[in-house]
Every structure is written in structure tokens, then in C-alpha cells.
Design a protein around this ligand. Structure first.
Ligand code: GLA
Length: 486
């Protein structure tokens, strides 16, 4: 009897979403950030080839997502019409090509009468559109928020509008990952997990690390007056917005920090590494936003770092959270400057630590074990503070430039990837790699820290240091509501 009870407790879903998808944050590519409305079937197929040939699919990027601008009105029968100039073979054909290459296919619509680029929206046509997506073998729907006819302003109103599509997708019987894009409005972080696999928590990202912009005036997603999330949101703005609600992410449903800007050109290499690290640590979906037909070696070796991706795909599914913030540091010409320390639990008792330097100069940063494990017990009461830890630098083993260049120039064919120590998550899922202590997921050991000790580092301006701590003595068991999946 007792064992039956325990079983049913463990087996009960920890998320209201029950479509079995996004057990770890979804990964893939989306055209919007670099190409906007310039979409076509050739773009999707060419991009999928690059994802495959560069090994990016193998490290986890398996959803190819088409954003706005693909339709051509609605027929008198109520069904949406595909733009035949951009997609002459139709969507089912596209899905088939992608599936044949080992990808899943994502599409876009809006919970409004129009999409944001003023194409046909799905509001009040949810059933027909869900049927179309399912009949085209689509695996993912990004669902936007423009032209909603005023049906927002109160959480339940937005919930109901998005719930219609969730039910319509469910009714098709096809598992379709449901990704809300309502920019954090109406406290979506409090209800998104009931109906969706992910929910955007901010206005649109732009290719800047910290530049403030009037179009992205809100800085706190939990502020009730933050009703105009806008666009032109910097990486730092989005990090600060999500900080108060990172605990809402859970397996099956994730805070979405928006698509990656890595490789678009507006940030330095260190800024892109910081952007990627924070998205990974906060368990955001990782959707590459760059035009991969122009993929550079430098961009590849950020996006393909398995030690960082393993943090994002960690089976525990717990976001890191901010344990320290210092605003009393050098400011840039916009008056922006701060440092932050983030920490969070990882699979098998490991711990993540990030020093984020958004000050306008290089900084010495440090954190004691008491601070790092504050969530396991404040004021040094956590059992972990009594242990010794190996410190692994998760960026120290970034792929070298020559190898990355050889790959983007097709100097290394896929079958030879093993020679360059490639991590292939389709053969060795991250959960298994972590359990086995696969070295590629640990970066490089740089030292140890024990009771009373601290981690210290010089962090360049607009950069992160990202560490995994692994217990020397075997670790402390953590209770997790996610236990059944570990
Ligand atoms: C909104 C979304 C973006 C993108 C565009 C498409 O702005 O937030 O991510 O989908 O619409 O028009």
C-alpha cells in the first residue's frame, strides 16, 4: 500500500503540461533574429544541413523553427493558406525533409487576428489552425501576442486566450511543443506552466549586451505596470527581468528568455559567451538566431560548448538563481554597470556558480561556500559547506579556432567528428554523460575549494566565469520533486 502511494506520488506530473515534451529546455534554430520575414523552404532546408554538418544537431539543436510571414490569407473554408511562392512544396513536404534529416519542425502563429508582421493570425481560428499544423506533421508551435483585439490586461483573460490553442493542439492527438510568446504580459510566469512548454518573459531581445532603450522600458517582469514589454531588450535587461521568477521554470515548462543573438555581430566574443551562459543557466530554451549559412568558427565554438549545454539540459531541471548583486561599480556612458553572482543545483549534487561582470571595467569577484549554497541552508548551515569541491571551468575547453574553422569550411566531414572529440548527445544523452562523468561535460578542473573557502576570479568587463563544483567526497543527496526522472 505504502509503495503504491509512493509510486503514485512520484509518478504524478510535476507540471500541469502533460504532452511529454521539453523535459529539458528545447534547443534549435529560429530565423527571426537574423532574417525576419525573409523565409522560404530553401532557407529551412539549407539551415538544417548546416546544423547537421556542423555537428550542432548532435549537441542538441534539433528543432528548426519557422517564424512569422509564411502564410497568404485564409480561405473561405476557414483554413489558413500557405504562401506558395515561399513554400512551393507546402509545409508537409518541408516537415518530411526536416524529419528525414533528424530534425523536428516548428511553426509560428499569433493569438491575434494578425501576426506581428501583419499576416493571418489564429485568434478564433484555433481549431482549424491546430488541425493544419498537425496535418502538416508540425512538432512545435510558437504562439505570439500581436493584434489580440484587447483580450489581455488580466491574467485570466490572457490565460483563456492561450488556452484555446493549447486545447486545440491537444485535440489533434499529435504531440506539439507549445511555446508562448506573450512577452511576459499578465504575469505569464504564474500560469504559463499550466498550458505550455515555455513562455517568453520579456519583450524582444536585440543584439546588445546592456544598452538601455526606451522601447524596452520595463526592468522587472513582476511589476504590475510592466505592461509594455516592447522590443530592443538587452541581454542584461532580460536577465534582470527574469531574476525574480526563475523558480517558475520546471521540467516540461520553461521561462523563455528569447532567441539567441550569438553570432549576429553586435556583441563582443565575451558578451556572447556571457549571454549564452546565462541563458543556459536559467534553463531558457536555446534557439539559435544567427543565419547559419554564414556561420563563423567563433560563433560555432560558443554554440557547441557541451559543458555549457549540459548545464541547460541538466536532468534536475532547476534554474540557477541570483545570490548576489552589486550596483556600486563602474558605470558605462548610459549609467549601466553591475556585477551579479548566480548559483544553482545540478544533477547528482553538483553546483553551478557564475560570476557575471556587467560593470564597465574588469573586476575581481568572489563567493564563499556559505554564499554559494545559501539556498540549501542560510548562514553556512548547508551540509555542502562542510565538503570539499573540485572546481571546473566550463569555458576552458572551448573548441579551438582551427578545428572550428575546419568544420565551418567543411574540412572535417561528419564521420570524422569523433577524432575531434565531438560530443554527440543523440548517442550519449546529457543525463548519461553527466552520470558517467564524461570529461567533455566538465570543462577543465582549475582547483579545489573546501570548508571556509571561497572561489575567486578576475572577470573581464562584460564577461562571465562559469564553474561546475563537484564534490570530492561523494556529495550530499538532495531531495528533489523531480526525482522520478533522474
Ligand atoms: C514578435 C515576437 C518575435 C517575432 C516577431 C514576428 O515581435 O516577439 O519573436 O516572432 O513577432 O513578427
Amino acid at each position: 500500500m505504502l509503495s503504491l502511494l509512493i509510486h503514485s506520488l512520484l509518478a504524478s506530473p510535476t507540471s500541469a503540461v502533460n504532452n511529454g515534451l521539453a523535459r529539458t529546455p528545447q534547443m534549435g534554430w529560429n530565423n527571426w533574429n537574423s532574417l525576419g520575414c525573409d523565409v522560404s523552404q530553401a532557407l529551412l532546408i539549407d539551415t538544417s544541413r548546416v546544423l547537421l554538418d556542423s555537428g550542432l544537431r548532435d549537441v542538441g539543436y534539433n528543432y528548426v523553427v519557422l517564424d512569422d510571414c509564411w502564410s497568404d490569407g485564409r480561405g473561405s473554408d476557414g483554413y489558413i493558406i500557405v504562401d506558395k511562392r515561399k513554400f512551393p512544396q507546402g509545409m508537409k513536404w518541408v516537415a518530411k525533409q526536416l524529419h528525414n534529416m533528424g530534425f523536428l519542425y516548428g511553426m509560428y502563429s499569433s493569438a491575434g487576428e494578425l501576426t506581428c508582421a501583419r499576416y493571418e493570425g489564429s485568434l478564433d481560428h484555433e481549431k482549424e489552425d491546430a488541425q493544419s499544423f498537425a496535418s502538416w506533421d508540425v512538432d512545435y508551435l510558437k504562439y505570439d501576442n500581436c493584434y489580440h483585439k484587447g483580450r489581455f490586461g488580466y491574467p485570466e483573460v490572457s490565460f483563456n486566450r492561450y488556452n484555446v490553442m493549447w486545447e486545440a493542439l491537444n485535440a489533434t492527438g499529435r504531440p506539439i511543443l507549445y511555446s508562448l510568446c506573450n512577452w511576459g504580459e499578465d504575469y505569464v510566469h504564474t500560469w504559463g506552466m499550466s498550458i505550455a512548454n515555455s513562455w517568453r518573459i520579456s519583450g524582444d531581445i536585440y543584439d546588445s549586451f546592456s544598452r538601455p532603450d526606451d522601447l524596452c522600458s520595463c526592468t522587472d517582469a513582476t511589476n504590475p505596470h510592466c505592461i509594455a514589454p516592447g522590443s530592443h531588450c538587452s541581454v542584461l535587461n532580460i536577465i534582470n527581468k527574469v531574476a525574480p521568477c526563475v523558480d517558475r521554470g520546471q521540467y516540461g515548462g520553461w521561462n523563455d528568455l528569447d532567441m539567441l543573438e550569438v553570432g549576429l555581430g553586435g556583441m563582443t566574443d565575451e558578451e556572447y559567451k556571457a549571454h549564452f551562459s546565462m541563458w543556459a543557466a536559467i534553463k531558457s530554451p536555446l534557439l539559435i538566431g544567427a543565419d547559419l549559412r554564414e556561420l563563423s568558427a567563433q560563433t560555432l565554438s560558443i554554440l557547441n560548448n557541451p559543458a555549457v549545454i549540459a548545464v541547460n539540459q541538466d536532468p534536475l531541471g532547476k534554474s540557477a538563481h541570483r545570490i548576489g548583486r552589486n550596483l556600486n561599480v563602474a558605470k558605462d556612458k548610459y549609467g549601466i554597470g553591475e556585477t551579479q553572482i548566480w548559483s544553482g543545483p545540478l544533477y547528482q549534487g553538483d553546483q553551478l556558480v557564475i560570476f557575471l561582470n556587467a560593470a564597465d571595467e574588469d573586476m575581481e569577484m568572489s563567493a564563499t561556500l556559505d554564499e554559494i549554497f545559501v539556498s540549501d541552508g542560510p548562514e553556512g548551515s548547508a551540509a555542502q559547506t562542510k565538503q570539499r569541491w573540485n572546481i571546473y571551468d566550463l569555458w576552458a575547453k572551448r573548441m579551438d579556432q582551427t578545428t572550428a574553422e575546419q568544420i565551418v569550411e567543411s574540412g572535417i566531414a561528419r564521420p570524422e567528428f569523433k577524432k575531434v572529440n565531438w560530443y554527440n548527445s543523440t548517442e550519449l544523452p546529457y543525463a548519461e554523460g553527466l552520470k558517467a562523468g564524461d570529461k567533455r561535460l566538465l570543462g577543465q578542473q582549475i582547483g579545489k575549494v573546501g570548508p571556509g573557502g571561497q572561489i575567486k576570479a578576475k572577470v573581464p568587463r562584460h564577461a562571465v566565469k562559469m564553474y561546475r563544483l563537484r564534490s570530492v567526497d561523494g556529495g550530499v543527496k538532495r531531495y528533489s520533486i523531480y526525482k522520478q526522472e533522474l
